[in-house]
Design a protein around this ligand. Structure first.
Ligand code: ZN
Length: 181
C-alpha cells in the first residue's frame, strides 16, 4: 500500500517545528521520486527504512501516518535520500537477499552524516537513540542462538559497529552521563 507524501508529512509539518524547518529547507534537494509504503513486516526494532531500487526511492513505515513524535525519524530517512541525491555514494544490491545487509552497511556510515545534518534543526536525537537502543535490545532477546549464516553474521557485525558509532556520536553531541548508558 502506498501513500501520498502530503498525507505522510501533514501532521509532522503542523505539530513539529523542527520538522517544518527541516522540510522547508531540505526537501527541495530531492528531485527523484519517493514512494511511501506501509510495511508491517519490517524487522523487529526497525520502524522506518529507506531503500533505492533503480532511480526510485522507497521509504517504508510500520505505521501510517507517522506520529509527530517520530518527526525526526522521517527527517532522518529523507536526509538519506538527500545525501544520495547530492552524490554521496552508498552501497547498493543486485539481489533482494542483500537488501538488509546493504542497509546495515549504509546505516553504519551514513547515519552519522545524516544525524550530523538533521541535528542542526534541533531534533532531540538522544531520546530517539535511547528508544532505539531499548528496541534493539528487546529484538536481540528474541534470538535464541547466534547466526551461523555468513550474511547474517556480516549484518550483525555492521549493526554492532553502528551501535558503537551511534553511542560515540551521542557522547559528543549531548551532555550525557556515561554511567546511565
Ligand atoms: Zn539511517
Amino acid at each position: 500500500m502506498t501513500y501520498s507524501e502530503k498525507y505522510i508529512v501533514e501532521n509532522l509539518i503542523k505539530y513539529s517545528e523542527e520538522f517544518r524547518n527541516y522540510y522547508n529547507s531540505e526537501r527541495q534537494k530531492i528531485q527523484s521520486e519517493i514512494i511511501w509504503k506501509r510495511d508491517k513486516k519490517l524487522r523487529q526494532g526497525i520502524n522506518f527504512r529507506t531503500t533505492q531500487i533503480d532511480d526510485k526511492h522507497y521509504i517504508y513505515l510500520r505505521n501510517v501516518p507517522p506520529s509527530p513524535i517520530n518527526a525526526s525519524k522521517i527527517a532522518h530517512e529523507l536526509q538519506h535520500i538527500v545525501h544520495r541525491s547530492i552524490g554521496i555514494p552508498s552501497v547498493g544490491f543486485k539481489e533482494m537477499k542483500y537488501d538488509y545487509l546493504s542497509s546495515a552497511i549504509n546505516s553504519c556510515i551514513h547515519d552519522l552524516l545524516v544525524n550530523r545534518d538533521i541535528i542542526e534543526y534541533e531534533f532531540d536525537l538522544y531520546d530517539d537513540y535511547l528508544e532505539e537502543r531499548k528496541e534493539s535490545r528487546a529484538a536481540l532477546k528474541t534470538i535464541i542462538k547466534e547466526p551461523t549464516d555468513k550474511l547474517e553474521l556480516l549484518h550483525w557485525a555492521f549493526n554492532y559497529a553502528s551501535s558503537i558509532l551511534d553511542y560515540e556520536f551521542m557522547l559528543r553531541e549531548y551532555d550525557i552521563d556515561e554511567d546511565h548508558t
